[in-house]
Design a protein. Structure first.
Length: 335
């Protein structure tokens, strides 16, 4: 695996073989594999992850609409329809499209319909959290509720609570809340983001992906500070950065079922440990990634963050360094 000829693969499904097969069919307009996969999905965490990946693929086609027409009573099809509408609204918002308001309204109504049809499902509430970032000025009352603790911000806390009630510590729900933090102020206050992720991680059980959240905020700070400048590599070796990386390793990586782990979480952890010069520990995460990788956060360590080839090169350099150090005991952590 450490060969110079190794080239990583990006696939949104990562290690989820069944999801990869369904995505492949979906890309050719076939929806039956998606339906069958969702019918066999065992828990809400994997259900949330699979519906998110499938919606990102389905948003560019009418496959889910066809499924709903064929099986109008399917609750899973109703939830996927909601996922697709939310994905389209978010894309429209990012692109500054004039139809954003219309798409947002349609997606919001679909969330309410899905919540009624699937009352135990966290996804409709996760979708409402995703839409909350389109209301950066917090015009809607449900987006400016009092927070559950000190040092936190007014926000869509009731939506998070509804998701939490159905799937405690749902990974996507908390990431959507973090995106809301960035959207609610022009400067996307990083101090509020830090307070939020520390609050979330402090109550999360061992094995929860919420222990990786602080690494995402650290990457965001690095990105905003034009972190590709060499001097800012020191950003990753501070005591706080090293502590966050090792806590995520101990409380998430060492306790979680990695077969269902998010590629983004694994990449952020490998990146943080590499940056903190914890090469032996990072090597374990690179091994867990196997053939897969994600361009983020590696792209932020390049001079052209939009260049996927440069991101891959940084990933390969870090991977080679860490796997090499793990094989050679003479190399110390800062080798």
């Amino acid at each position: 695996m450490a060969s110079d000829h190794f080239r990583p693969i990006y696939h949104p499904a990562g290690h989820d073989n069944e999801l990869r097969a369904a995505v492949q069919d979906l890309r050719t307009g076939r929806w039956v594999s998606m339906r069958n996969l969702l019918a066999e999905t065992p828990d809400w965490a994997q259900w949330t992850q699979r519906t998110q990946v499938l919606a990102a693929v389905a948003a560019g086609s009418d496959a889910v609409q066809t499924w709903r027409a064929e099986e109008p009573r399917s609750v899973a099809a109703t939830v996927m329809h909601t996922r697709v509408l939310v994905e389209r609204a978010l894309r429209s918002h990012r692109e500054g499209h004039p139809r954003t308001q219309e798409l947002w309204q349609g997606a919001w109504e679909a969330c309410g319909n899905a919540a009624r049809h699937a009352p135990a499902d966290p996804v409709p509430w996760v979708c409402l959290l995703a839409l909350s970032q389109l209301d950066g000025r917090q015009r809607l009352e449900e987006h400016r509720l009092a927070p559950p603790g000190p040092m936190l911000f007014p926000g869509p806390w009731a939506l998070l609570a509804e998701a939490d009630k159905r799937d405690p510590y749902n990974r996507e729900a908390y990431h959507r809340m973090l995106q809301f933090v960035y959207a609610r102020r022009a400067d996307g206050s990083l101090s509020e983001a830090v307070n939020f992720v520390q609050w979330a991680a402090s109550s999360a059980p061992e094995g929860s992906a919420l222990h990786v959240l602080p690494l995402f905020v650290r990457v965001e700070r690095y990105r905003r500070e034009n972190g590709h400048e060499k001097a800012l590599d020191l950003h990753w070796v501070t005591e706080d950065a090293t502590r966050d990386a090792l806590r995520a390793l101990e409380l998430w990586f060492d306790q979680a079922s990695l077969a269902a782990a998010s590629l983004l979480d694994l990449n952020h952890l490998a990146h943080a440990l590499w940056g903190a010069l914890q090469f032996d520990q990072a090597a374990r995460v690179f091994e867990a990634l196997g053939p897969f990788y994600a361009s983020l956060p590696w792209a932020y360590r390049t001079r052209s963050p939009g260049d996927s080839a440069q991101a891959e090169e940084v990933f390969l350099r870090a991977r080679s360094r860490c796997l090499g150090a793990a094989r050679d005991p003479r190399h110390g952590p800062s080798g």
